[in-house]
Design a protein. Structure first.
Length: 401
């Protein structure tokens, strides 16, 4: 067995202490994430490479065990109890075979999804309780709909000679489910998967800060806004449920101007989009933009679904109606650094490659893409933590800061 590099181990320990001291003083999510990254590096330094590889390829069984525990309602049973529950009682109350429950609990206890208070005695942990909230909606989409495509992606790439997936009618999802429909058309034709996807989106967004809570809205948008009630203030392109504009209204209830959400007719027919106090305009992102001269055109988690060429078509439909020196585009997306990307953001990129096929772009790639359609980047704003960033851009020949 290979011996760990103890010098590296002690170095990581010191780095973790420094980051934790920083976190204790600032309560910064960035400091916390840095400590977490260093803790993972410490684990990797201690772990045998052979063991790390073996556990990686056994890791799908972890997702399997969590999914089974969720389906049996074990997390809810534990979260509702103030004391530990025996394996036998969990089996009796879930209807599952006691030996099966014992085996599943052993796995999720090793993952800290439950705690052990003695042989066959289990209690809820923070992870158990999280699995009873909206975040649990992520599990079904990833396990039932995306996991089969993830497993088929190596074969898909082999059969397509390892080209970067960019065709929405011929990606890993289409290869797996034998369809030429794009992923959203496929979801619309599979009601159960569509419902799971809504739960997935809500689960992903739960706990995330709204953009208006950390982006400098007053300085970057409202200062300099021609505040006539009939003027378009913000156009939320492909807005979905309109959550982001509702957040704006809550934060700035007295600001005059039109808040417009745009999306496909099928989206607005969805129950999630009914009875919102927002102006709705049916719009396809590949059609000419019908609202001219808005202060802001806001695109949240839209462009990552498309290739660079399709992004240019979407953006050019907007740039043609922007007012130079006044209108801005705000793009809220995850950004990859040019080096030392986090595992989380890199895994999101892989999920998008499978589902879209889409992409999480680097900041350098974003700037090049925007410049190619006549836009200049004024600001790249980052939240505290690993959430999405916001790129502010406007037409060229405007002084940037």
């Amino acid at each position: 067995m290979e011996c760990p590099d103890l010098q590296a181990v002690y170095s990581f320990l010191e780095e973790i202490k420094t980051s934790l001291t920083d976190y204790q003083a600032t309560r910064s999510k960035l400091a916390r994430n840095q400590a977490l990254k260093q803790a993972v590096q410490l684990t990797r330094a201690l772990e045998s490479p052979k063991d790390a590889i073996f556990k990686l390829f056994l890791s799908p069984t972890q997702a399997m065990a969590v999914k089974i525990a969720q389906d049996l309602g074990l997390f809810s049973l534990l979260a509702q109890s103030e004391t530990a529950i025996s394996c036998k009682e969990l089996a009796d109350r879930s209807g599952a075979h006691p030996l099966l429950v014992e085996r599943i609990m052993r796995v999720i206890a090793a993952m800290d999804f439950v705690g052990e208070d003695g042989p066959g005695q289990y209690r809820a942990t923070l992870l158990s309780k999280e699995m009873t909230g909206k975040k649990s909606g992520i599990v079904d989409t990833l396990f039932l709909d995306l996991a089969p495509a993830i497993l088929q992606t190596p074969a898909f790439l082999r059969d397509t000679h390892y080209q970067n997936p960019e065709d929405h009618s011929a990606g890993p999802i289409q290869y797996t489910y034998h369809t030429q429909m794009n992923s959203f058309e496929w979801l619309a034709n599979h009601k159960a998967a569509h419902a799971r996807f809504h739960a997935y989106v809500e689960g992903v967004r739960e706990g995330q800060s709204d953009w208006v809570d950390w982006f400098p809205v007053q300085a970057r948008i409202l200062d300099g806004y021609a505040s006539h009630p009939s003027d378009p203030l913000i156009v939320d392109v492909a807005a979905g449920s309109g959550r982001d504009m509702l957040a704006f209204k809550r934060k700035f209830p007295d600001v005059a101007g039109r808040l417009i959400i745009q999306d496909l007719p099928a989206v607005f027919q969805d129950v999630h989009c009914q009875d919102l106090a927002l102006e709705k305009i049916e719009h396809d992102v590949f059609a000419p933009q019908p609202v001219a001269g808005a202060r802001v055109y806001y695109l949240r988690f839209i462009l990552h679904e498309f290739s660079d060429d399709n992004c240019r078509k979407i953006l050019e439909n907007i740039t043609q109606v922007m007012t130079k020196g006044y209108s801005k585009i705000l793009i809220e997306e995850f950004l990859l650094p040019d080096e030392h990307a986090t595992l989380f953001h890199s895994m999101v990129d892989m999920i998008l490659m499978v589902f879209g096929p889409g992409i999480v772009r680097t900041q350098t790639r974003w700037i090049a893409l925007l410049e190619s359609v006549g836009l200049t980047v004024n600001l790249v704003a980052h939240p505290d933590g690993d959430g999405p960033s916001i790129i502010e851009a406007e037409l060229v020949n405007v002084k940037s800061e």
